[in-house]
Design a protein around this ligand. Structure first.
Ligand code: 9MR
Length: 323
C-alpha cells in the first residue's frame, strides 16, 4: 500500500471501519475538520447531536438541525453511521428536571422519543446505541430516572421500540467494560438475559475511554469473543487514550500509538470490525472541556493533533490494519 493511502483507504482495504465522533459546528466552520473527517474515516457518530437534550427543546418538540447535518454528512460520504444514543441518564433536556411525571407518562414519552428519532433515520443510521450506560461501576443496575420510574423493563422496551421502526443494528453501549472485569461480567449477564427473553439486541459497544488505566488488549479480545459467542456483534465505540497527568509514560506518543494498534488488532482478531475514536483531532476532545477530566488526564487522546497532523497513534492504527 502506498504512503498516500489514508486511514480510510487502509480500513476499506481490510474490510474494517475506523470512525470518529463528529461535531456539527466544526463541520460547518472548519474546512480542515471536514476534509479530515471525510478522507480519513469511513464511519462516524454524532458526538452529541442525537442525544435527548439537544434534540428536545421542549416536551412536545424536536430540533433535528444538528443531527441531520451530521447524519447527512455521513450518508453523503458513504460512511457507516452510528446513532448515539436513544436512552441515557445524562444530557437530558433542561426542562426535564422540573417535569413532575407519572410512570405512565414517562414510558409514553420515551416510547415516542425512540419511535420518532430511530424512525426518522431508518434508512440512514446503520447502528444505534439504544441504551447507554445502564450498568453502574460495581455491576449493579445504575439508578437512573428510567430505572427509577420504569424498572429494569425499560431496557427491553427500548430495544423493542427501536426494532419497530428501524433496520439498524441495535446496541447496548457502556464504558469500563472493555476487558474482562466485574462490570463487563454484569453487562454480559444482562445482555444474555435480554437475549433469553427474545429482546432484539444485535450488539455490544465497548466505549474504550482508556484514561490512565489502559485495559490489557488480550483481555479485550477475550471479552469480545465471549460476546461474539452469544451471537452478538461487538464494536469499539468511543476510543480515546490518555494518561494520568502525574503518571505520564516516558514516551507517551509511542505508548499511545502502541495501545491504539494493539486494540485494533485485538478487536479484529476477536471478530470485531469497527473502532470509532471519540473525536477527529486533539483540539476537539471532550477531555479538555469536561469537568475535572482536563486536569486529571493528558488532553491529546486522538489520532490527529491540534493542527490535523497525523500522530504516531495514526500510524499505530494504520499499521494494525495493514498487518
Ligand atoms: O463527548 C461528549 C461531551 O461533548 C458531552 O459534554 C458529554 C456529556 O455527558 O458526553 C460526551 O460523550 C460521552 C458519551 O456520550 C457517552 N460515553 C462517555 C462520553 C464521554 O463523556
Amino acid at each position: 500500500m502506498s504512503d498516500e493511502a489514508t486511514l480510510r483507504t487502509a480500513a476499506d482495504a481490510s474490510d474494517f471501519r475506523i470512525g470518529a465522533a463528529i461535531d456539527p459546528d466544526a463541520l460547518r466552520s472548519d474546512p480542515s475538520y471536514l476534509r479530515t473527517a471525510k478522507s480519513e474515516f469511513n464511519a462516524i457518530t454524532p458526538e452529541n447531536a442525537l442525544k435527548m437534550g439537544p434534540l428536545r427543546p421542549s416536551r412536545d418538540t424536536y430540533d433535528f438541525g444538528d443531527a441531520d447535518a451530521v447524519v447527512d454528512f455521513g450518508v453523503e460520504h458513504d460512511m457507516y453511521v452510528r446513532g448515539h444514543t436513544l436512552v441515557w441518564h445524562n444530557q437530558k433536556p433542561d426542562w426535564f428536571q422540573a417535569w413532575d411525571y407519572t410512570g405512565d407518562q414517562l414510558r409514553t414519552f420515551l416510547r415516542d422519543h425512540v419511535h420518532t428519532v430511530a424512525g426518522r433515520y431508518r434508512s440512514k443510521i446503520d447502528a444505534w446505541d439504544v441504551v447507554n450506560e445502564a450498568v453502574a461501576d460495581d455491576g449493579s443496575m445504575r439508578d437512573t430516572v428510567w430505572y427509577d420510574a420504569l424498572g429494569e423493563e425499560y431496557l427491553a422496551d427500548a430495544f423493542r421500540w427501536a426494532n419497530e421502526v428501524t433496520d439498524a443494528d441495535l446496541y447496548y453501549n457502556d464504558y469500563g467494560a472493555d476487558g474482562i472485569n466485574e462490570k463487563s461480567d454484569a453487562v454480559y449477564d444482562m445482555v444474555e438475559g435480554l437475549l433469553d427473553d427474545g429482546v432484539p439486541i444485535d450488539g455490544v459497544g465497548l466505549q474504550m475511554h482508556a484514561l490512565g488505566d489502559h485495559p490489557d488488549p488480550g483481555s479485550v479480545a477475550e471479552n469480545v469473543r465471549r460476546f461474539r459467542d452469544l451471537g452478538l456483534d461487538v464494536q469499539i465505540t468511543e476510543m480515546d487514550v490518555a494518561f494520568h497527568v502525574d503518571d505520564v509514560s516516558e514516551n507517551p506518543d509511542e505508548d499511545q500509538a502502541e495501545f491504539y494498534g494493539d486494540v485494533v488488532a485485538a478487536c479484529r482478531d476477536a471478530g470485531c470490525d469497527t473502532v470509532v475514536t471519540w473525536g477527529v483531532h486533539d483540539a476537539s476532545t471532550w477531555l479538555r472541556s469536561f469537568r475535572d477530566f482536563g486536569e486529571r488526564f493528558t488532553g491529546d487522546p486522538l489520532l490527529f493533533d491540534d493542527r490535523y497532523d497525523e500522530k504516531p497513534a495514526y500510524d499505530g492504527v494504520k499499521g494494525a490494519l495493514e498487518d
